[in-house]
Write a protein of this length. Structure first.
Length: 182
């Protein structure tokens, strides 16, 4: 059983990312290895800052979309009640008009419902059903995507997949890197 080692990083003000990404040594005599750690810390700090900004902006965007949707329904109800097809706008919207728009959208069936239809229609012909389902299964594609994410401590323990825990060698290497041990 492998154990993950936890580190707390001091995310104090780090040098400019572009300066750190160039490598070499800085004017203050910082070595390449220290620059790498400082660059990591600066990237982490910027990542966390952007993550917070994205969460804040996402919440604000959702609130505005919800409010716009509510207002849209109110405007639509008024326009339909008063049999108004369009309104000429003024001010910043001169040359534009507000109008009611009705669109028919076609929603395609999903893979599950298609498979249910095929299964129901071919229930009497098990051989053909098996051929079709096998061919569909052969066309499935699994794509592995790797990215960093922020999660609560202990949240990953419930969903741990086989092979996802770092090996002892990887842990030792990351420990040495993070602690500055050679």
């Amino acid at each position: 059983m492998s154990h993950a080692v936890k580190y707390k990083f001091n995310l104090m003000s780090a040098p400019d990312l572009t300066q750190l990404s160039e490598g070499g040594s800085l004017a203050n005599g910082t070595t390449n290895e220290e620059v790498t750690m400082e660059y990591f810390k600066a990237c982490l700090k910027e990542y966390l800052k952007l993550d917070e900004e994205i969460k804040t902006l996402g919440k604000a965007l959702k609130q505005r979309r919800d409010k716009q949707s509510t207002l849209s329904q109110s405007l639509l109800m008024f326009l339909n009640k008063n049999d108004i097809g369009k309104i000429q706008l003024e001010g910043n919207y001169t040359g534009q008009e507000l109008l009611t728009d009705k669109v028919n959208k076609v929603k395609n069936p999903n893979a599950t419902s298609i498979l249910e239809i095929v299964t129901a229609k071919l229930a009497g012909n098990q051989e053909l059903l098996k051929e079709i389902t096998d061919e569909i299964a052969a066309h499935k594609e699994t794509v592995e995507v790797e990215k960093v994410k922020i999660s609560k401590i202990g949240a990953g323990a419930k969903k741990k997949k086989a092979g996802s825990a770092p090996s002892a060698e990887e842990s030792a290497l990351s420990n040495a890197l993070l602690l500055g041990v050679q």
